[in-house]
Design a binder for this molecule. Structure first.
Ligand SMILES: [Ca+2]
Ligand SMILES: [Ca+2]
Ligand SMILES: [Ca+2]
Length: 429
């Protein structure tokens, strides 16, 4: 305890903000970053790791840092880049003072050569975004211009070097989409190629953002010394595994959707989708079980439409073509309409004899099945059809009044005989 107190007193006192500094795992990016110095949309940094920065109190480089402040940084990465957001929530919109020439700024420093030394080394790099006098640099913002600088090391001092390829930095006071506070305040975005630190899975770094007008300096980690890499904190980049997905049996004109990790992605039938996930995480990937089928009588069915991935590999979703069979009949309970695997045999049926619905039906008037017409020509009420394409089978019927005609004929004969007999009987009497 004593040594800790002594240690911190030599480095000036630092307000802890009730949090302690510890290694941070940098999330894998799900959403793209637009380097424009603001929350381009409310979701832009929602997938990043979030760390509250510390408020530094004491003297440093001729400044007295006295104020309380609130700042966060967020970090995430994709295959090639590390992205850092520094959000100085408590600072106001005054980013540059003409009289003193002082401007707000943010730094990100990396122990890029991983030597963890107590002095700066050639490989260490500093990325700085600073507001300065309006005429100094091209981009005017808030009555100031933005200066972005990359620094390397010479004789244990930071000196300006040429920016490595791919570096991008920006700042603004536009907090319109900022979930911390929408009142204007400095926001900084850094896009840093991972190859500056050899693309390794972790790197030591420190961050600083300052508001000299308010006398507030925010740092991470606690007790960081910008010239001493061994005081910087480790940022571990979550490693990725790669999932390669193909679709079998789905023509290129069709597309399906992939659902994974709360996201949806459309993929065409001949496409290959490569997804990256953090090592150690498990993900369920689902596709549309049915594709097409709304108009043309053809659809694609995926019997096994879910899979779970936990490591790199290749997977296939197999779709089966299906064709629609339409069975039309005005009567006789037609059976068999529906979807069938392409090339399979469908059985259709209809009752072969139906009483007519008029009064003659009671006397045996009936409709007789007269065969299937359309894509299937068959005289049999129960028939099979090969579903090599969408098909329609229509039942053909004819009316058969043989029975009521016979009955009525007999009734008439009986009536005539009966009447004749009764006339004969009367004459005899
Ligand atoms: Ca942005
Ligand atoms: Ca300021
Ligand atoms: Ca170093």
């Amino acid at each position: 305890m004593l040594s800790l107190l002594l240690h911190s007193s030599t480095l000036n006192s630092v307000e802890s903000n009730n949090s302690t500094s510890s290694p941070v795992t940098c999330n894998l990016a799900s959403y793209p970053v637009t380097v424009d110095g603001k929350w381009t949309n409310t979701g832009e940094w929602s997938d990043a790791s979030q760390i509250k920065m510390f408020c530094y109190i004491g003297a440093e480089s001729s400044f007295s840092w006295i104020g309380n402040g609130t700042a966060y940084f967020r970090a995430k990465h994709d295959e090639n880049y590390l992205y850092i957001l520094v959000d100085f929530v408590s600072a106001d919109s005054k980013v540059y003072d003409e009289a003193t020439g002082l401007g707000d700024m943010a730094w990100a420093i990396f122990d890029a050569d991983h030597n963890d030394g107590s002095i700066l080394q050639n490989g260490d790099l500093l990325f700085r975004i600073k507001w300065t006098s309006p005429e100094s640099f091209v981009s005017d913002t808030m009555g100031a211009s933005l200066q972005t600088t990359v620094m390397g090391v010479s004789a244990n001092e930071w000196v300006i070097v040429e920016s490595p390829e791919g570096v991008d930095m920006a700042a603004s006071t536009d907090a319109k989409n900022d979930p911390y506070s929408t009142s204007p305040h400095p926001i900084y975005e850094f896009k840093i190629p991972k190859n500056i630190f050899g693309g390794q899975g972790s790197v030591s770094m420190c961050l600083t953002t300052s508001d000299p007008h308010a006398g507030v300096l925010m740092v991470w980690p606690l007790n960081r010394d910008y010239k001493n890499p061994s005081t910087w904190e480790n940022l571990t980049l979550a490693k990725l595994y790669s999932v390669n997905i193909k679709f079998v049996g789905l023509p290129s004109a069709y597309s399906t959707r992939l659902y994974y990790a709360g996201q949806t992605e459309r993929a065409s039938g001949d496409g290959v989708v490569i997804l990256k996930f953090e090592e150690g995480t498990s993900h369920e990937i689902t596709v549309d079980q049915l594709v097409g089928g709304t108009t043309e009588g053809i659809r694609y069915y995926c019997p096994s439409y879910q899979l779970r991935v936990t490591s790199s590999g290749q997977w296939e979703f197999t779709y089966k073509k299906q064709c629609y069979l339409t069975v039309k009949s005005e009567m006789g309970y037609p059976q068999g309409e529906g979807w069938y695997d392409a090339g399979s045999k469908a059985t259709i049926s209809v009752s072969s004899v139906i009483p007519t619905s008029d009064w003659l039906g009671a006397l045996g008037g009936r409709y007789v099945f007269n065969g299937w017409i359309g894509d299937l020509a068959s005289p049999d009420a129960v028939s099979t059809v090969t579903m090599d394409k969408p098909k329609t089978a229509t039942a053909n019927w004819r009316a058969d009044y043989t029975m009521p005609t016979t009955i009525l004929g007999l009734v008439i004969v009986i009536l005539i005989v009966g009447v004749s007999l009764s006339i004969l009987m009367r004459k005899k009497n």
